[in-house]
Design a protein around this ligand. Structure first.
Ligand SMILES: Cc1cc2nc3c(=O)[nH]c(=O)nc-3n(C[C@H](O)[C@H](O)[C@H](O)COP(=O)(O)OP(=O)(O)OC[C@H]3O[C@@H](n4cnc5c(N)ncnc54)[C@H](O)[C@@H]3O)c2cc1C
Length: 640
């Protein structure tokens, strides 16, 4: 195989194009997977819960250098343990809502690809994993937070958290917490030591060393600065004797004037103790707010919680994630939108005409002709269009129902004509009344003008108006929106469509015409509020398309349009790319990419080597990165 320099340059160029092309296809699959994972792993928690949702975007900002501490659950949406665990973790966040100024209860979904680097960097090896990050936490090579073990239910979670806080205070941290260490003096005289002067009352809870009642009441009421709550253990015998207590737990109030009084709580639990304190303080004009906790919180053992049916939840997440994803992808076109527009036009517009003859028939032929030439179909899609065109060309009168039947047959899965479901992707409106077909139709005709220019510009005697004329004929004879059709025909006259003399002019003509419609419809009732009609392309998308005086830079616009609507910019989310790029025999299809027709066999060799090197590099990167993620491994079980 002899390769001269010119050939070599050409081959490298084409191979780069091909890599780009295949990247596009590969990227879209990758993106599909990524999208799917992020949508699937859209989370077990929502903003309606009292947990704070951490993501790759806010994790480090929240954890590092924060004045409050964090207790974070690293979870995986698809792990059954995590699904069972979620209700009791939500319950904890609700239960300690009044503590969240000093300790936040957070969650991060490690099954979301975007978040995953955080979970990897923090060496999370199993799900769910709980980590405590003390206040003013610093980034450091081994600073992954302190491992915390969950309780078996919300009450135990809370108690484990209290133990963490107490330990923090023993170690000299956690200064933002109220004092959670026990009162150890043998009489009450030191209770007002280091208590602010304005404080008139200290409430003292005497409890067994195994109890958490005092800690809980202290934490719950810590934000109210008019009094202080402390606790002591009943093994502080001198203190117990001096207060004359014989049943535990017990609640006392001690005044700054050294008075003290036993307060009788109806039951020995946290809520009842708080209610007793509230009642005592009402005549003193000190307000203790009532609890507004959600009574529906899950209080059972988390291991017994049913695994929720995630289907509806995930579907909704999926839809939202997809919408965001598509929006973020910006000015790209989707195979799904193009195919859906084509199907709609055949099924709802052409097939609904009883008899197609004369001018209508000519328009249909011209339409099918440009579709055969430039529509981005695979081998079998291409054959279907040829079949349609040949049928239409051979008849003097075409029945719409015949076209309908041919389409119906082509829609059978085994025919492998369509690669996408009949749905809108980028053309999906925020409600069913917006966007859809007209959006798809615009996109399809822009695509066709640009790809016609790309493939036919160099052909001698080619007609640069071929797409515009076909579009004009289609809009005039078949487009269901009568007003739109009328406006378009008028515009074609006014803007002298028939004078378009070059391929580039045809692209720019359609762009200008579309922008004129956008301008007319901006603010109209038909405008989708989520997709306002702006002049295309916007400055954010293409700054260089605008001259300094805000007029259009046509050359840049042309370049931008050619890039946006080029065949290598088609994205395949939701489409079966095998149908588009491969025939059943495993070869590349005739219609999928004109590029492949011109490839020298030597190109395959270069591609082969390039792919091989790429795979080796990827494997090495993968091995280097280390795959530490263990799905569905449960880190808490042995400890509860
Ligand atoms: C030929 C034709 C004429 C129409 N005339 C009317 C009419 O008279 N009155 C009426 O109410 N509706 C008319 N419509 C419908 C209207 O133009 C919109 O298609 C519809 O309101 C949906 O709007 P949309 O927000 O999806 O964006 P669309 O205007 O449909 O645009 C679809 C997508 O094309 C891209 N785009 C936008 N502008 C340009 C541009 N200048 N060049 C290249 N790409 C661009 C953007 O990505 C945009 O999201 C017409 C539709 C067609 C196909």
């Amino acid at each position: 195989m002899s390769i001269n320099t010119h050939n070599l340059f050409f081959m490298v160029l084409v191979s780069l194009t091909l890599v780009n092309f295949s990247n596009n296809a590969a990227l879209s699959i990758f993106e599909q997977k990524k999208y799917k994972r992020s949508a699937d792993g859209g989370g077990l928690y929502s903003s309606k819960d009292d947990v704070e949702i951490l993501t790759v975007e806010n994790f480090k900002n929240e954890i590092y250098g924060n004045e409050r501490a964090w207790l974070v659950e690293f979870y995986n949406s698809w792990c059954g343990f995590c699904q069972r665990f979620a209700p009791s973790w939500k319950a904890l966040a609700t239960d300690v809502k009044d503590w969240q100024d000093v300790i936040a209860i957070g969650v991060i979904d490690c099954s979301n690809d975007d978040n995953y680097p955080i979970c990897r960097d923090f060496e999370v090896m199993a799900y769910p994993t709980l980590r405590y990050f003390h206040e003013n936490y610093k980034e450091g090579p081994k600073n992954f937070g302190m491992k915390v073990y969950a309780g078996s239910d919300v009450n135990e979670h809370r108690q484990k958290l209290i133990q963490v806080i107490v330990n923090e205070q023993i170690e000299g941290r956690g200064k933002m917490y109220p004092n959670l260490l026990p009162y150890t003096y043998d009489n009450k005289s030191k209770l007002f030591e280091s208590v602010p002067e304005k404080v008139e009352y200290v409430f003292l809870i005497i409890q067994e060393p195994s109890q958490f009642l005092g800690h809980e009441v202290i934490m719950d009421l810590h934000k109210i600065k008019d009094f202080v709550v402390r606790y002591a253990y009943n093994n502080n015998t001198e203190l117990v004797k001096s207060l004359n207590i014989n049943k535990f737990p017990a609640l006392y109030v001690i005044g700054r004037d050294n008075t003290f009084q036993a307060l009788n709580s109806i039951t020995d639990n946290r809520e009842s103790y708080k209610a007793t304190i509230r009642t005592f303080l009402i005549p003193k004009h000190i307000n203790v707010p009532l609890d507004d906790k959600n009574n529906k919180m899950y209080t059972g053992k988390w291991a017994d919680a049913p695994v929720p049916d995630m289907t509806a939840f995930m579907q909704e997440r999926e839809r939202e994630a997809l919408k965001e994803k598509v929006k973020k992808m910006g000015d790209v076109i989707f195979q799904m939108d193009l195919e859906t527009a084509l199907r709609y036009s055949l099924k709802h517009e052409i097939a609904s005409v009883k008899e197609i003859t004369g001018e209508k028939l000519e328009a249909l032929k011209a339409y099918l002709n440009i579709l055969v030439k430039y529509f981005p179909f695979g081998k079998y899609g291409q054959s279907f269009l040829v079949e349609l065109r040949d049928y239409v060309s051979s008849e003097a009168v075409v029945k719409g129902t015949e076209i309908g039947k041919m389409l119906q047959d082509a829609e059978k899965e085994d025919r492998q004509v369509f690669s996408s479901p009949q749905q809108w992707l980028a053309c999906k409106g925020s409600s069913p009344t917006y966007r859809g077909y007209p959006c798809g139709l615009w996109k399809m005709f822009h695509y066709l003008t640009i790809n016609a220019a790309d493939s036919s510009a160099r052909l001698k005697g080619s007609n640069p108006k071929i797409v515009l004329e076909a579009m004009h004929g289609y809009i005039k004879n078949f487009f269901g929106c009568a007003d739109c059709s009328q406006h378009f025909q008028e515009m074609a006259k006014l803007r002298e469509m028939d004078k378009v003399a070059s391929w580039d002019d045809s692209i720019l003509w359609l762009w200008k015409a579309h922008n004129e419609v956008n301008k007319r419809l901006a603010g109209d009732a038909t405008e989708d509020p989520e997709y306002p009609k702006v002049q295309f392309p916007s400055k954010e998308k293409c700054r260089q398309c605008y001259n300094p005086d805000n007029s259009w830079n046509n050359q840049e616009v042309l370049r931008y349009l050619k890039q946006v609507y080029s065949s290598i910019n088609v994205r395949y989310i939701g489409s079966d790319t095998r149908i588009l790029h491969l025939g059943l025999d495993g070869s590349f299809s005739a219609g999928s990419s004109t590029m492949f027709k011109t490839i020298d066999t030597s190109m395959c060799f270069i591609l082969y080597v390039a792919s091989f090197l790429l795979i080796i590099t990827l494997i090495r990167m993968f091995l280097k990165r280390g795959y530490r993620k263990k799905m569905y491994v449960h880190d808490l079980l042995g400890k509860v």
